[in-house]
Design a protein around this ligand. Structure first.
Ligand code: FES
Length: 139
């Protein structure tokens, strides 16, 4: 009887260790894939689009797809990725305060893309572009 209890305890311990090893393997794979998914997310914001320069108003223009802010001031244009640098939510432009605001966790940015309130710590991503005829080509 005592031998049977001892054998059952060994089997239970073996099952536990096998199960624990399985869960640790899954956790290990998940932890390796996390930075990879962040890398994919951070590189997914390249754009190859065309926008008619003549259709833009003076000031901040929001383009939905892909989400961009195109800031037009006389002959000067700046383009920012509209994704918050904290966790990627789409920013909104506050016309009254002239700042970009994140609806998710409250980060705020100047129209020059600088962080004025966290949790974001990085400035907005400024995008390169060129103008050909009346088209702004971003990408
Ligand atoms: Fe913008 Fe968190 S995603 S503040």
């Amino acid at each position: 009887m005592a031998k049977k209890k001892l054998r059952d305890a060994k089997i239970d311990r073996r099952k536990f260790l096998e199960s624990a090893a399985g869960w640790l393997s899954i956790a290990g794979i998940a932890s390796l894939s996390l930075p990879f998914s962040k890398l994919l997310k951070s590189t997914s914001h390249s754009f190859n689009i065309q926008v008619k320069l003549s259709t833009l108003k003076e000031g901040v223009n929001f383009l939905k797809k892909p989400p961009l802010f195109i800031i037009k001031n006389k002959n000067h244009i700046e383009i920012y990725d509209a994704h918050c640098t904290h966790m990627g939510c789409i920013l909104q432009f506050n016309e009254n305060d002239k700042i970009f605001e994140c609806p998710c966790h409250g980060s705020r940015f100047t129209v020059a893309g600088k962080v004025i309130h966290g949790p974001a710590t990085k400035p907005l991503k400024k995008l390169k572009y060129y103008i050909k005829n009346d088209n702004i080509i971003v990408g």
